[in-house]
Design a protein around this ligand. Structure first.
Ligand code: RIB
Ligand code: CA
Length: 315
């Protein structure tokens, strides 16, 4: 059983990642969800997190609102992809459950201090503002983190929000830089791999025909979420980015990657937020530590089989 904290900016793809984790109680214990500003402002990502828990009928998982803006820069959001609510698709009722009082950053710090060292995995699915803030506020927690498995970055696939940067990193490059330099074991699921798991027509039909309410809701989220990427890339469906993080925890054998030196551009206007991966090892390990497991390949059908089987277990 792996204890995880999901740090998230829902976001339809975040929502499916959260549902996948909640549908896997034998392998994953979601000890809390911390929300961050990203796809949409914090008030909406937080409201969406509560709604997602009610879809899964897992209302005891605590939700903590985190940072409402990046460490240093102005917030950039993505309503053009996710809709004005951030979770456009089937209209969901106002949640009956409420968030906890404690700030998300303080929940991350407290959880790491109170649990046995290296027993909690952090799963960031949005900008890394909360994670970096926790590291700044309480450096003692860095060595207590078992690993960070995050969705973000891009290298061969290049950027999705600028020609060189992926959205989660771009929104808060300073936070991403702090996390990548922290020395924590990091596995990155970048666009290079998430763009291989497209929500094709056939795969969407499997969601819609799951036979549960969750399947219908998920199909409605995806049919909204895929509009933007289908128009942009001319693809059949859109990449299901964030569920790759949870699928990696459940079945790492579906994925392939290598340890690389990875740095974040935090200064240049032209390439701000670029995740520069030394994939071919042209730098020396002495000066450029291999700080990130960069995942580049996935068995897409195996990913969707896992996802569909688990989501079928939801109400
Ligand atoms: O670039 C994709 C990432 O940005 C995903 O996490 C998506 O939810 C958005 O946050
Ligand atoms: Ca996200």
């Amino acid at each position: 059983m792996k204890k995880i904290i999901i740090d998230t900016d829902p976001g339809q793809d975040d929502a499916i990642a959260i549902l996948l984790a909640l549908a896997s109680p034998n392998e994953l214990e979601v000890i809390g969800i911390t929300t961050v500003a990203g796809n949409v402002p914090l008030n909406l990502t937080t409201l969406n997190a509560l709604k997602i828990l009610e879809v899964a009928d897992k209302v005891n998982v605590p939700v903590f609102a985190g940072c409402d803006r990046p460490l240093r820069r102005k917030l950039v959001t993505a309503e053009h992809v996710h809709g004005a609510t951030g979770l456009n698709g089937k209209q969901l009722p106002a949640p009956k459950i409420a968030i906890k009082e404690q700030h998300g950053v303080d929940f991350i710090i407290k959880s790491l201090r109170e649990n046995e060292s290296e027993t909690i995995t952090l799963c960031p699915l949005g900008p890394l503002t909360n994670i970096a803030s926790a590291m700044i506020k309480a450096p003692d927690i860095i060595d207590k983190i078992e690993q960070i498995v995050l969705m973000g970055g891009a290298y061969f696939e290049v950027g999705n929000v600028t020609p060189t940067a992926e959205f989660n990193i771009y929104v808060d490059p300073d936070a991403a830089d702090i996390v990548m330099r922290s020395g924590v074991a990091i596995t990155m699921l970048p666009l290079d791999v998430t763009h291989q798991v497209l929500t094709t027509e056939k795969r969407m039909k499997r969601f819609a025909n799951l036979g549960n309410e969750a399947g219908k809701i998920i199909a409605s989220w995806v049919s909204f979420f895929e509009i933007f990427d289908e128009e942009k890339y001319g693809s059949d469906g859109a990449p299901l980015h964030d569920p790759c993080v949870i699928a990696y925890l459940l079945k790492p054998e579906l994925f392939k990657g290598r340890k690389v030196n990875l740095q974040i551009e935090t200064q240049s206007k032209l390439t701000l937020g670029m995740s520069v991966a030394d994939y071919w090892g042209v730098t020396s390990e002495k000066t450029h530590p291999r700080n990130v497991m960069f995942i580049r390949d996935v068995n897409a059908n195996g990913f969707y089989d896992l996802l569909t089987k688990r989501l079928a277990l939801l109400p």
